[in-house]
Write a protein that binds this ligand. Sequence first.
Ligand code: AVI
Length: 316
Amino acid sequence: MSSPRFVQLAPEAPARIRAELLAGLSAPVATIAPKYLYDALGARLFAAITELPEYYPTRTEAAIFARHLAEMAAELGPATTLVDLGAGNCEKAERLFTAFGVRRYVAVDISVDYLRTSLEHLQRHHPAIAMLGVGLDFTRSLRLPPEVGDGPRTLFYPGSSIGNFTPDEALAFLRQAHAECHGGALLIGVDLVKPRGLLEAAYDDPLGVTAAFNRNLLRHLNRVAGTDFDLADWRHAAFFDAHHSRIEMHLEARRDTTVRWAEGERRFAASARIHTENSYKWRVEDFAALLAAAGFSASRHWCDARGWFAVFAAHA
Ligand code: AVI
């Protein structure tokens, strides 16, 4: 019985993570990168978000895949090597294995610790597929290790996580993805522009799960950066900025408050904010143009009937 292999690429040193977080907190517009939303509890809260009736992206994307899988496979040809970016529990990729004739599955996430259990479980169900887990923060740089092997690769980036990059960052990321395809293809989920009310409900749900997800970032910061945030002082704020075509998430001070750490502090007046996430909403034609600018030669997309979400297949 084969078992998965694992490669952890150099994780960022704790001192650098701390320095980056504190620099963001001290910047004129206080900002924390959204990847810090995902500590162990944050990952669970995100999983809960995907179950909320208001959070349409996950189930809309799943329905598009369920309906058009055969056409996608026909468009792209066999995905002998499937590279899953942000694999987590690997569930989305598993649904592609048969239709895409996957022979080698590479699950990539920020740490192999997040992948071990899911990949070992998956390997038991798919003993004929060679499996590799790669620990890599690909939001910094997408350079896959040699263990992935030569030959064309199909990169799989579902969930509209591309929306958490600014358009410039998305272009830089897609250029790296293009190079890493080795002449293969990209299959990517993209959330689309839609009426403000639908968007804002998805990012500020009445149950308060997204608020908990956002505020949990402060607990994470207290742990890794040594800050003394009092969660009671901060509320969740999320709104659609039509000019930038993005949902912005912030943490907003309920009252004047001062946050302290070993070598510094920052005072926040009531209503001051810390920017914690952007979630860009694309138009189909703009995203197709972005793929072309990144070097992909031909792209096709599939949408749900309401035109809320798109899955793009692009040839490298
Ligand atoms: C992971 N990412 C695509 C989610 C999104 O919709 O931007 C993260 C999220 N933030 C709040 N709710 C969900």
